[in-house]
Design a protein. Structure first.
Length: 99
């Protein structure tokens, strides 16, 4: 979705859109924010019962995989934030925050 909106936003001005299509990025960032909110609520719903009645960890070996994936996501997010600042793109910024 983000790529499609970036493609639309990059289109030059035409008869129907005298100032270009850059506002399409706002739609993309709004959808991205909504998806993040849904994910956060889903995580909270799954986590609260585990916080109330904790259980021992069963698969510790997956912890290193999770930490590595988190570090990769952090790196990608930082690269996207830099690109968002360079190109003044709210879609890239929203994607970086999603990571």
């Amino acid at each position: 979705m983000a790529l499609a909106m970036l493609t639309v936003a990059a289109r030059p001005a035409d008869e129907d859109h005298a100032y270009g299509h850059s506002k399409a990025e706002y739609f993309s960032s709004g959808v991205e924010g909504t998806l993040i909110l849904i994910a956060a609520i889903s995580i909270a719903v799954a986590a609260v019962p585990r916080l109330i009645s904790p259980k021992p960890l069963e698969q510790i070996d997956w912890l290193s995989v999770s930490v590595t994936a988190s570090l990769v996501n952090l790196f990608v997010a930082l690269v996207l934030l830099k690109a968002a600042k360079t190109h003044n793109s709210i879609t890239l910024k929203a994607n970086a925050h999603h990571f």
